[in-house]
Design a binder for this molecule. Structure first.
Ligand SMILES: Nc1ncnc2c1ncn2[C@@H]1O[C@H](COP(=O)(O)OP(=O)(O)O)[C@@H](O)[C@H]1O
Ligand SMILES: [Mg+2]
Length: 374
């Protein structure tokens, strides 16, 4: 028998919501991921996106009233995207065992506060869809002593980890993160955020092109690398810090750029875009070399795989390690993160743990998330 779950994800790029309808076989005790059956992308209405971006760039300051409104509005956008995916899947809603909704992170600082907050009221999603919804995946891991992040490495391991050659799964989202998959043993898996990716490049592109991102990396490709700027940015202590570590757009933004390099605005804008692209490629390649020296191939996913210059620079800096698309291992780069939350919902509904303690630092593997009946 085949079981279906829908994964819903929106990351730090805030470019929209990805939904993946995923098929699993019913091999017990651990159902196996089969394929992405259908996919859909949804958008945040522009004013909602602006409010969420502002929250992400600044120390969150909002009233309880705003919090409640955002919780509902994000949930509505998630539910709308799930509806699109259901239509694309041509499946009756009863065929879906559950939705796994990551929600939109608006606060994440487990070390200082014990808190990781994702908006997108799961009761709202469950009631709108009439489908049981699993959500709030991070807090059980935090309560078990972990960072609540990253969670996707467990899925990377289940999907890509069985290969005999040491691999790395690389996600190029708003922030770049890697999962080191040295072999079949889950205990040996590790993963962390390497630093900025699309988030920083998007901010610069928006300012100088008036577009949400640098299509294909063409603006960057028209500029020259500024070596002094690159060195100043690489000097940020985050890059040399030992993992486990995680970061967000609150750490890497335009003010960060100006702080590290006060002469920023005197440089040609295309040169800055070129250098930000290089910064992402360098910090990702350095992290893989330093922490996974045995790596033979890197499987890339996320929106950054569409930035041709970024992929070209990554391939050059990683050689002789092969840079491939996750599609080569059977999963479209746009589907990986959403599919991970379908997989995590499957784990929860089967009473199986979803975190990898070796990755998050949790004291034990735990069943993640809350179940909201639809
Ligand atoms: N055609 C493209 N050219 C360059 N960059 C792109 C393209 N399409 C998407 N992107 C980048 O990918 C980002 C979205 O990536 P995504 O994996 O959804 O990140 P997140 O998980 O943070 O939401 C966009 O903000 C943009 O920077
Ligand atoms: Mg996205």
């Amino acid at each position: 028998m085949t079981e279906y779950f829908i994964g819903l994800m929106s990351g730090t790029s805030m470019d929209g919501i990805d939904a993946a309808v995923c098929a699993f076989d019913d091999t017990l005790p651990e159902p196996r991921f089969l394929r992405v059956h259908a996919h859909a992308s949804g958008h945040y209405p522009a004013p909602l996106r602006e409010r969420l971006l502002t929250l992400q760039r600044t120390v969150p300051q909002l009233s309880l009233r705003e919090l409640a409104e955002l919780d509902r509005d994000v949930a509505q956008a998630f539910a709308d995207t799930a509806e699109l995916a259901l239509e694309a899947a041509r499946l009756p809603r009863e065929a879906i065992r559950a939705v796994g909704s990551h929600g939109q992170t608006v606060f994440h600082d487990p070390a200082a506060t014990g808190g990781s907050i994702q908006l997108g009221n799961p009761s709202w999603i469950a009631q709108k869809l009439g489908i049981t919804t699993v959500a709030d995946f991070r807090r059980a891991d935090v309560a078990a002593g972990g960072q609540g992040a990253p969670l996707v490495p467990a899925f990377h391991h289940a999907l890509f980890g069985a290969a005999t050659l040491p691999r790395v799964a690389l996600n190029l989202g708003g922030i770049a993160n890697i999962t080191l998959l040295p072999g079949a043993n889950a205990e040996a898996v590790s993963g962390f955020d390497t630093g900025p990716a699309n988030g920083l490049m998007d901010e610069w592109a928006e300012r100088h092109l008036g577009k949400p991102y640098d299509e294909g990396g063409e603006f960057a490709a028209s500029g020259q690398l500024q070596a002094e700027l690159l060195e100043a940015l690489l000097g940020d202590p985050y890059f040399a810090a030992a993992p486990p570590k995680s970061t967000g757009r609150g750490d890497f933004h335009l003010d960060w750029l100006r702080r590290r390099y006060p002469g920023l605005d005197t440089l040609p804008p295309a040169d800055v875009q070129r250098t930000l692209c290089e910064l992402t490629a360098r910090t990702v390649a350095d992290a893989i070399r330093n922490h996974g020296p045995q790596t033979r191939e890197v499987l890339a996913c996320g929106g950054g795989t569409r930035n041709h210059l970024l992929m070209e620079r990554l391939a050059a800096l990683l050689a002789p390690i092969a840079l491939r698309s996750s599609a080569d291992a059977g999963l479209d780069p746009q589907h990986v993160e959403a599919a991970a939350f379908a997989w995590l919902a499957m784990r929860t509904m089967h009473g199986l743990p979803g975190n990898l303690p070796a990755v998050t630092g949790a004291k034990r593997a735990v069943v993640l998330g809350g179940v909201y009946r639809g």
